[in-house]
Design a protein around this ligand. Structure first.
Ligand code: SAM
Length: 321
């Protein structure tokens, strides 16, 4: 998965951009204090550069993590100040400063990343997405969804499916052969363009998953799929409330989520350092019961790798009661 970063947002000032590039090289070599200093110089040239402030926050935060306890609090405060400045300068928050502030305990944990941030992130990732996720990171989403459907809806043919956060369409081959009509929705236009190129969806829409379901005719779907999308949502109640409204009795919702590990502290839903959310099994069960779904299966599985580690998640299948 791509690191959540401000890499692709330019200041419009070549010298400032160049300083930040050098700063990134320093940071990559572990020289986070030098990286922060270079970024401060870049920001003297481009003080309104939200992505520059965000990068400064990242370097200061990394420096705080490496520092002795004494320097820690000050650098952390400096990181928070830089993220706040990034958020102030870009109200759409394309860099995702709100998530960093939440992780640092300086702001409430939001229900989802800023939409502009998800769009920017995946628009910038669309060309590399499939090679990176499937080949390099061993992404198993489509295989897991297929296995759930084979196990719990064997031979079933669906009339109308919606693939939430369809991305480039990696799930489409798995779904297409089971459905008469397949629609996809995703926040990132460049991901949607790739999915369109695959030619397996009947319609594709650039929209938020919950808003897209809210806009549909009630009880019009009998299959909803979501591969590796709910890690971009915290509490899943709103998305399942929307799914309940738009599905008919007996409809299937099949999805993957990152699972909260035994050792992880936090409630049912945890915003991780990766700035993705993980959900406990108890959250999935509670949300299903509260929104009109029956849990058919929640299996623990490896979803993919991230930064050299296996990401353990749940592959789940619910039916609409
Ligand atoms: C990791 S990709 C998964 C794509 C695809 N489902 C797959 O299995 O390959 C996550 C996708 O979810 C989309 N996404 C994240 N949050 C979203 C939201 N609230 N509404 C719509 N799409 C969203 C992103 O733009 C991205 O394309």
């Amino acid at each position: 998965m791509p690191p959540l970063s401000s890499r692709h947002l330019s200041s419009g000032d070549l010298v400032a951009d160049r300083r930040l590039e050098m700063a990134r090289d320093y940071a990559a070599a572990g020289e986070t204090i030098a990286a922060a200093e270079l970024t401060e110089q870049a920001l003297e040239l481009a003080p309104e550069w939200a992505a520059g402030w965000f990068a400064l926050g990242e370097f200061r935060e990394a420096a705080a993590e490496r520092a002795e306890a004494d320097g820690d609090a000050e650098r952390r405060a400096g990181a928070i100040a830089a993220y706040r400045e990034a958020a102030r300068l870009d109200p759409d928050d394309r860099c995702g400063a709100a998530l960093r502030l939440a992780r640092l305990g300086a702001a409430p944990v939001p229900d989802a990343p800023p939409a502009a941030h998800v769009r920017d992130l995946f628009d910038g990732y669309a060309d590399r997405y499939e090679a990176s996720l499937v080949s390099a990171l061993g992404y198993r989403g489509p295989a897991l969804i297929e296995r759930m459907l084979d196990a719990h809806a064997p031979g079933r043919r669906f009339a109308h499916a919606l693939d939430l956060g369809c991305g480039t369409g990696l799930l489409a081959p798995v779904i297409r052969r089971r459905v008469d009509r397949l629609d996809g929705v995703d926040l990132a236009p460049a991901m949607i363009a790739k999915a369109r190129g695959g030619g397996l969806y009947d319609t594709l829409e650039v929209a938020d998953v919950t808003a897209a379901m809210d806009a549909r005719t009630p009880a019009s779907l009998d299959l909803v799929t979501a591969g590796d999308v709910f890690c971009y949502l915290g509490d899943l109640t709103p998305v399942f409330t929307a799914a309940a409204r738009v599905t008919s009795g007996g409809a299937v919702v099949v999805f993957t989520t990152e699972a909260v590990g035994e050792e992880e502290v936090g409630g049912e839903v945890v915003l991780r350092d990766s700035l993705r959310w993980a959900h406990r099994r108890s959250h999935l069960e509670r949300v299903a019961a509260a929104t009109g779904f029956v849990v058919v299966a929640i299996d623990k599985e490896t979803l993919r790798r991230d930064r050299g580690r296996d990401i353990v998640g749940h592959a789940a299948l619910f039916t609409r009661s």
